[in-house]
Design a protein around this ligand. Structure first.
Ligand SMILES: *Cc1c(COP(=O)(O)O)cnc(C)c1O
Length: 396
C-alpha cells in the first residue's frame, strides 16, 4: 500500500471510531431506575392530573406526551439516536421504508410540480412517483443519474424535487451527491436521498448538502430480518412539517416494540457492517474470476466504473451487490436453488445471505440484462465462496 492509501485508511478508521461513540453512548435513564435499555412504553395515550397540564401539552403533540401517534418515548429514543448518527437535527420513524419515503415526497411536492429521479430507483418508489402521484398532477422524469448533465437536462421551471438513491440497490450506480445538491440549490429544488444501502455509518448525505435522508430500517439498521420500519431525517424546518402533517395525517407510525428492536440492532450496526463489508468484498472478488459472472457491480471493487466517486463520498461499503451473467435465466434460477447458505428471498441486511435472479432492462438500454443480486450475511465468507463454487459445478 502506498502512503496516501494508508493515511486515507487511518482517517476512515478514525472517522468510524467517532461513530462508534455516537452509536454506543447513552445518558443514564433517570426515569427508570437506571434501566440500561429504554423500556417499551406499551401505551396509546398519556393521562394528566389537571386540565391545565393537558391543554398545555395539546399545544405541541410532537414534544409532549399525549398520544402515541405523535410521540412515544421508546420511539423518540430511537429517533434521537438516528438523528445523531445521520448528523441531522431531527428524525421521524415510520411503519416501513415506503411510509417514510412517500411521506417525505408528499411533504415536498404539490399538484403541478415536477420531480427528477434516478431510473434505477427502488421499484415501489418508482411506482409511487410515476403512477400514484401522476393522479395528483405531479410529473416525474426518470434519468440515468450517473451523469450530472442528465440532471441538468431534465430540470424544468417547475422542478421541485431531486430524488436520489446512491448507490441504487440492484445495479449499484452512484450519483455525485455534491454535484446534484449544488445543481438542485441552483434550480430551487429540494433533494431527498434513499441512504438505505450505505447506512449513516458509511455515508452522511446531510453533511454534503442533501435536504432529507430516508431509510428502510428493515435492512441494516434493524439488522436481524425481524422487523419492518423506516425513517426520515433532516433539518428541523423540513422535519416539523413532516411530523405535524404527513406523519400525523397518514398515520404510518412505528410501534414501540419495533423501536425497541431497532435500538437493540443499532448497538451492533458498526460491528455487523464491517463484517458484511469485508465478506462481500471477498465474495465479489472471487466472483470476478468465475465464468458465471460477466461483470460484478460492487462500488467497493477497485475496478468498478464509479470506484473513485464511491470512495470520495462513502467511508465504506455494505454487503449487497450484484453480478451480471450471460447464462440463461432458468439456469441462473437453478443455480440459486442449488445454493445452501444463500436463501432465495427479497430484502436484505440481516444475518443470512440471500440471492435473487433478475431480468431487467432500463430505459435507453438495448437489451435486457440478467442480474443476480447477493446479500452477503454474517456467515463464514469462505463457506459462502465454497457454496457458490459448488453450485457452479452442479449447474454449469
Ligand atoms: C427495502 C427498501 C425500501 C422500502 O423499505 P420497506 O421497509 O420495505 O418499506 C426502500 N428503499 C430501498 C433501497 C430498499 O431496499
Amino acid at each position: 500500500m502506498n502512503k496516501k492509501r494508508i493515511q486515507d485508511t487511518a482517517a476512515r478508521v478514525n472517522d468510524r471510531e467517532q461513530q462508534y461513540t455516537q452509536v454506543s453512548y447513552d445518558p443514564i435513564d433517570t426515569h427508570h431506575f437506571g434501566a440500561i435499555n429504554t423500556p417499551i412504553y406499551q401505551t396509546s395515550l398519556f393521562a394528566f392530573e389537571t386540565y391545565e397540564a393537558f391543554e398545555q401539552s395539546m399545544k405541541d403533540l410532537q414534544n409532549n406526551h399525549v398520544y402515541s401517534r405523535g410521540n412515544n418515548p421508546t420511539v423518540s429514543y430511537l429517533e434521537n439516536k438516528l438523528a445523531e448518527l445521520e448528523g441531522g437535527e431531527q428524525a421521524k420513524c415510520f411503519a416501513s421504508g415506503m411510509a417514510a419515503i412517500s411521506s417525505a415526497i408528499l411533504s415536498v411536492v404539490s399538484s403541478g410540480d415536477h420531480v427528477v429521479c434516478v431510473n434505477q430507483v427502488y421499484g415501489p418508489t418508482r411506482e409511487f412517483l410515476s403512477d400514484y402521484l401522476r393522479r395528483f398532477d405531479v410529473e416525474t422524469t426518470f434519468i440515468d443519474g450517473s451523469s450530472i448533465a442528465n440532471w441538468e437536462n431534465a430540470v424544468q421551471p417547475n422542478t421541485k424535487l431531486f430524488y436520489l438513491e446512491s448507490p441504487t440497490s440492484l445495479v449499484f450506480e452512484l450519483q455525485d451527491l455534491q454535484a446534484c445538491t449544488t445543481l438542485a440549490r441552483k434550480s430551487g429544488a429540494v433533494t431527498i436521498i434513499d441512504n438505505t444501502w450505505a447506512t449513516p455509518f458509511y455515508q452522511k448525505p446531510l453533511e454534503i448538502g442533501v435536504d432529507l435522508v430516508v431509510h428502510s430500517i428493515s435492512k441494516y439498521l434493524g439488522g436481524h430480518s425481524d422487523l419492518v420500519g423506516g425513517v426520515v431525517i433532516g433539518a428541523r424546518k423540513w422535519m416539523e412539517r413532516i411530523a405535524n402533517v404527513e406523519y400525523m395525517l397518514l398515520g404510518g407510525l412505528m410501534t414501540p416494540q419495533t423501536a425497541a428492536l431497532v435500538s437493540r440492532g443499532l448497538r451492533t450496526l458498526p460491528l455487523r457492517l464491517e463484517r458484511h463489508e469485508a465478506s462481500a468484498l471477498l465474495v465479489a472478488e472471487h466472483l470476478q474470476g468465475l465464468p458465471i459472472a460477466t461483470r460484478v457491480n460492487h462500488p467497493g471493487l477497485p475496478g468498478y466504473a464509479q470506484y473513485d466517486l464511491a470512495i470520495r463520498q462513502m467511508s465504506g461499503t455494505s454487503g449487497l451487490f450484484s453480478f451480471e451473467s450471460d447464462k440463461p435465466i432458468e439456469q441462473l434460477k437453478q443455480w440459486a436453488s442449488e445454493l445452501r447458505y444463500f436463501k432465495i428471498g427479497v430484502s436484505w441486511g440481516g444475518f443470512e445471505s440471500l440471492v435473487t435472479v433478475n431480468r431487467v432492462q432500463y430505459e435507453g438500454e438495448e437489451s435486457a440484462r440478467h442480474i443476480v443480486r447477493l446479500h452477503i450475511g454474517l456467515e463464514d465468507p469462505q463457506e459462502l465462496i465454497r457454496d457458490i463454487d459448488e453450485a457452479c459445478r452442479n449447474v454449469f
